[in-house]
Write a protein that binds this ligand. Structure first.
Ligand SMILES: Nc1nc2c(ncn2[C@@H]2O[C@H](COP(=O)(O)OP(=O)(O)OP(=O)(O)O)[C@@H](O)[C@H]2O)c(=O)[nH]1
Ligand SMILES: [Mg+2]
Length: 518
């Protein structure tokens, strides 16, 4: 079905290209739209300034390539795509482009913009040989509601372009606290952008989660309780279907953990607990070099910067508990940072329906072209789009999910939640749709699917229901039928995002602390 829909959308764009053959502006949009259907899914990192977006992007890639903290590059929308060799290109707003040298300083990719300022650069495009990027294109956006209105506008212009469909297919939204500004931006994303099917395409990360517990070892528990509160907060309930706490800095450092880190952490783990805790009371005490009063222990300072006190406490506890090598420690720290849970969500909610998210976005683009460039011969195209949306059930599901909360059907509120689940708004595996655990036996899946089917058939046939409610109930019935059809033996599990096993070093040439792409 996936391939059929993608082919049908490609065919439709081909026909649109034919209709608009004498209109270069429309052709440019349609060409981009055609390419987008074949491209990896685009996922944007979005949130307020310093929410931890670039750090989390690095954690997902397992490499420190996105610029963090201050600097001109954090003010520019940056695309990270797969490429066989590292390459950085500036794309200016007028379409001109310029390649930049690829420079790595102390393990981090740095871009030297030369005379260019963020205002001259439309976007930065980084091509990088990371296997994760074969599956998704990651887009880092500058912090919204930053001190500079111009920086905020660059993000908003990218996320909610005026009079055009959004360029991203899905959003990872990072927030540290629940600010009004976050709620209004999530609301705009939810309602505004054509091609972004509302909450289905966004997951919320409670970021910098280690800070929730002031570096204590139970920080992630405190963060989970806060995430739970966010999830049930009235102002967020209609906008967000998942909130996951992630300690991004720890995840980033865990994924690039070196043998020297392990050795330094093992040394700390060997101290007795009161001694270690005495050191961890303050950053100054931790980094003070006992052999040379007044100077810093460089190895400890680097540990603190990369892992934070929470990461150091957790690593020591894991080593004392039996984790005995750098690879196992890296894996365990990444798991406990919340990164694995986030990646499962990204795989289950975005990757599993990537083809349909892209198809939906492409159809929205074609519709936009027809609106902006009225032309003879578009009536048939419009009819084809309508037919495609009605017959490709997965596209219908996306349309239903996009409007479910803004124009709810006339059913009990609990049934709106159930509809969202059955339509795949909380994950597209059969178990996710039915609200069952991943290991639920086939008989339980089948029984639950039959019960849901009976409920929604009854609702669809309700004499008093309005047309929109009936249409929604029919879509849910169709989803239940699909679950039943798929719940036989041999049903495939939701895909997993393939992470790069380790930082790619291809194409680098070392010069002291620097490595340059050869
Ligand atoms: N303790 C802690 N600090 C973090 C975490 N993630 C990021 N930081 C720190 O927060 C600061 C900002 O991180 P960035 O990743 O640059 O945040 P950003 O959202 O990309 O910032 P802008 O692009 O400037 O809006 C840096 O000093 C990071 O080291 C985290 O999980 N825990
Ligand atoms: Mg950033």
């Amino acid at each position: 079905m996936t391939g059929v829909t993608t082919d049908a959308v490609r065919d439709l764009i081909d026909r649109a290209l034919e209709v608009y053959r004498d209109d270069p502006a429309a052709l440019a949009v349609l060409d981009a739209c055609y390419a987008r259907v074949s491209d990896p899914l685009r996922v944007a990192m979005v949130g307020m300034v310093k929410a931890g977006k670039s750090t989390l992007l690095n954690a997902i890639l397992g490499e420190e390539i996105a610029a963090t903290d201050a600097g001109e590059c954090t003010r520019i929308v940056t695309w990270y795509r797969y490429g066989d060799t590292p390459r950085v290109v500036i794309r200016r707003p007028d379409g001109a482009s310029k390649e930049l040298p690829v420079v790595r300083v102390k393990g981090r990719l740095t871009f030297d913009l030369g005379d260019e300022t963020a205002d001259d650069v439309g976007r930065l495009e980084v091509e990088w040989p990371s296997s994760t990027l074969r599956d998704i294109t990651l887009i880092d956006t500058p912090g919204v509601a930053s001190l500079s209105a111009a920086v905020s506008e660059r993000s908003l212009g990218f996320l909610l372009p005026e009079g055009a469909p959004s360029e991203t297919d899905a959003v990872i939204y990072l927030m540290r606290h629940l600010h009004d500004a976050d709620i209004s931006l999530l609301q705009s994303l939810h309602e505004g952008a054509a091609g972004l099917a509302g909450a289905t395409n966004s997951v919320v990360v409670l970021s910098r989660a280690d800070e929730a517990g002031s570096g204590r070892i139970d920080a992630m528990l405190s963060a989970s309780a806060i995430a739970d509160r966010f999830r049930h907060d009235e102002s967020l309930a209609d906008l967000v279907s998942a909130v996951v706490p992630v300690a991004g800095l720890l995840a980033q450092s865990a994924r690039s953990l070196r043998q020297s880190d392990f050795t330094a952490l093992a040394k700390l783990a060997a101290l007795d607990r009161p001694q270690r805790e005495k050191l961890l009371v303050s950053a100054d005490r931790f980094v003070a070099d006992s052999a040379r009063p007044g100077s810093k222990d460089a190895a400890r300072a680097a540990l603190l910067e990369r892992f934070g006190t929470f990461g150091i406490r957790l690593a020591c506890s894991l080593i004392k508990g039996g984790v005995s090598d750098a690879t196992s420690l890296s894996r365990e720290l990444a798991r406990r940072s919340g990164l694995d849970e986030l990646l499962e969500l990204v795989a289950g909610r975005f990757q599993a329906r990537a083809a349909f998210l892209k198809a939906d976005a492409a159809l929205a683009s074609v519709e936009r072209v027809m609106k902006d460039h009225p032309h003879e011969g578009t009536v048939e195209l419009e009819a084809s789009i309508e037919r495609l949306r009605a017959t490709a059930h997965e596209l219908r599901e996306l349309t239903c999910l996009a409007t479910l909360r803004t124009s709810p059907p006339v059913v009990e509120p609990a049934l709106v939640d159930e509809a969202e689940r059955l339509l795949g708004g909380k994950g597209v595996s059969e178990a996710d749709r039915l609200g069952l655990g991943p290991d639920a036996p086939a008989s339980e899946v089948e029984a639950a699917a039959r019960a849901a089917l009976a409920t929604w058939r009854g609702l669809a046939g309700g004499a008093a229901a309005d047309r929109a409610t009936v249409a929604l109930c029919q879509a849910v019935v169709r989803s239940c039928e699909a679950i039943l059809a798929a719940s036989g033996p041999g049903v495939s599990a939701a895909p997993r995002l393939v992470l790069a096993p380790e930082p790619s070093r291809r194409g680098w040439q070392e010069t002291g602390h620097e490595r340059r792409a050869s």
